[in-house]
Design a protein around this ligand. Sequence first.
Ligand SMILES: [Zn+2]
Ligand SMILES: [Zn+2]
Length: 246
Amino acid sequence: MPHQPITVSGVEVTPLCDAVGPMGAAIRRPPAELFPGSGLRDEPWVLHFHCFLIRDAADRLTLVDTGIGGADSPASSWAPVPGTLAGELAAAGVTPAEIGTVVLTHLHSDHASGAVADGRPMFDNARYVIQRADLDAARGPVLDDVITVIKAQLQVVEGDAEVAPGVHVHHTPGHTPGHQIARVGQVAITGDLVLHPVQLDDPAVRYLYDDDQDAAARTRAEVLAALRAERAILATAHFSEPFLPL
Ligand SMILES: [Zn+2]
Ligand SMILES: [Zn+2]
């Protein structure tokens, strides 16, 4: 467990570092191509892949994102599989069966693949929360190997919703049509709203793999401005430090 938890208003938020590594050759590009106009130098971009565990004062457990999955996961074409989510949960003293709610920020293979293991749902007793717009857009291995497997446990939401006591999701389209962030107290778990710290300085910096780069930039600017105004703490998927107070 390389990262430490924080406790905010009686709720503990634990970063689970599922993997660390560069993108695989299939989709790797120089940083200046991934983030056009960013001025980033041509150094390898080493991503962390974070999920976040929320434990509230009543010991209810919510997991936000499920990481890159096993060696045969849909992310295996480009991400450093297998992910270590199960070990990270164990290190936090949690078994998969104890998780009551799983929020999938979006259905990209590095966020959703750990929802299943060996063709079965990884979290037997959980509701899996996704946005309708991402479900409607799902196709390929994530649909066939992940969504189909967890179908009976899906909780499909549209827009903003409280998905567990004190845990809210907000629809933040652009990176994908149904991208959502999760909020608990002052903490904002941002999925792929921001990919790289350069986008905090300039939210207009596009990301090559945003589904709709213009919508993503608009959403990023709006949401970051609102989070700054309330001095939120970002909990990011891919930065090397999981928490960043704004
Ligand atoms: Zn990490
Ligand atoms: Zn993504």
